[in-house]
Write a protein that binds this ligand. Structure first.
Ligand SMILES: Nc1nc2c(ncn2[C@@H]2O[C@H](COP(=O)(O)OP(=O)(O)OP(=O)(O)O)[C@@H](O)[C@H]2O)c(=O)[nH]1
Length: 349
């Protein structure tokens, strides 16, 4: 398509390294004198990842749900508006880790019928250690979703290879090849990759959405199923009209008081295994400044930040079938307001 703006989709399960790759891509394009724009999608109510993106990068946010489930009009509208308002040279869509990429491919290709955008590639980032663990167990909704994200990719980043041995990296690489015969597989730590090569290989590979890859209609990302709300807390349904990722849930906790950093680290170490991802902005009472906190599969990171605008202390916990009530109690305890009025939102996705 002549003069169409290239669009790349970043896919990959929660915490695999999509945002890490996004930051690299943005720097790469800006260094080439290009104007990239981003569509960011988060399961929670807050766009933590956007906080570290340079303000010069135009950004559209789709919060509190998953683009693959929301009416395609949401994504199409954001793309069209970004095109008109910002005239970018390239657009990246960072999907939530629970997104089914085939639905997003559909949305983008549909948009390209009336807006000058062209889907160039779908880059899937894989957490080597997490996939290996799921592959050995060979079951679960997350496993099937990851499989779909890998199958649909035009390029595969095998990330977090620092968390596996060389033999294990080779084993996971074999799994990726088995599920996707065409995409280049690039092993990385923190998504450090030759980006010219990545984009070239992605551009040259075909996308599963336009080829004949088999898709399991009962897969977790497919549009089916309602969600029951049973907790007594304040509950906000993302949009009951939307299809749901019924295995994935998010709990958002708004903090009123600063907490102790050591106690918080202990709380994080004791998180149930079913909580596989958490992010937040926090103020501690024993150290100065504010922190962007990240947690993925037993590893946590704290980065000192100065959020723009009025950002409350808040943390989002994402996982499967965990007790948000238990997390809430522990967090209220850390805040010293166990019997205070709940300031929490539970969302089923
Ligand atoms: N050990 C290790 N950690 C990594 C690597 N790449 C990223 N991380 C860390 O993993 C966490 C998640 O990385 P993100 O880039 O935010 O992952 P994501 O896929 O965008 O996460 P979601 O947006 O929640 O789906 C962060 O704390 C990163 O610093 C890696 O290669 N090795």
């Amino acid at each position: 398509m002549e003069n169409a703006v290239p669009v790349y989709i970043l896919s990959g399960f929660l915490g695999s390294g999509k945002t890490t790759l996004l930051y690299r891509l943005l720097e790469f394009w800006k260094n080439k004198g290009m104007r990239p724009a981003v569509v960011m999608n988060e399961l929670g109510d807050v766009n933590f990842d956007g906080m570290l993106v340079d303000e010069s990068v135009p950004m559209a946010e789709l919060l509190s749900g998953c683009i693959c489930c929301s009416a395609s009009v949401d994504l199409s509208m954001e793309l069209t508006t970004l095109m008109k308002r910002e005239s970018p040279d390239v657009i990246v869509i960072e999907a939530t880790g629970a997104a089914n990429p085939l639905d997003i491919i559909d949305n983008v290709t549909e948009t390209s019928l009336y807006t000058k955008v062209e889907l160039k590639g779908l880059i899937t980032v894989v957490d080597a250690a997490h996939l290996l663990q799921l592959y050995r167990e060979q079951k679960g909704a997350t496993y099937r979703l990851m499989q779909e994200q890998i199958r649909s990719a035009s390029a595969l980043i095998l990330n977090k290879t620092d968390r596996v041995s060389m033999e294990e990296a080779a084993e996971v690489s074999g799994v990726l090849r088995k599920w996707n015969a065409y995409a280049e597989i690039i092993p990385t730590v923190r998504c450090e990759v030759d980006l010219d090569n990545l984009l070239d290989s992605s551009d040259n590979a075909s996308l599963a959405g336009t080829s004949d890859v088999a898709v399991d209609d009962n897969s977790p990302g497919s549009k089916a199923g309602g969600v029951g709300f049973s907790e007594e807390e304040e509950i906000v349904a993302a949009d009951t009209g939307r299809a749901a990722h019924d295995h994935v849930m998010a709990y958002t906790h708004f903090f009123t008081n600063p907490i102790n950093s050591v106690e918080f680290e202990t709380f994080i170490k004791e998180l149930p295994a079913d909580v596989y991802r958490a992010k937040g902005v926090l103020t501690f009472n024993d150290t100065s400044g504010r922190f962007l906190f990240q947690y993925a599969y037993q590893e946590s990171d704290f980065i000192k930040i100065t959020p723009q605008g009025d950002v409350r202390d808040v943390a989002v916990f994402i996982g499967e079938h965990f007790s948000s009530g238990d997390l809430r109690k522990k967090l209220l305890h850390l805040e010293g307001r166990l019997f205070g009025r709940p300031a929490a939102v539970k969302r089923s996705l």
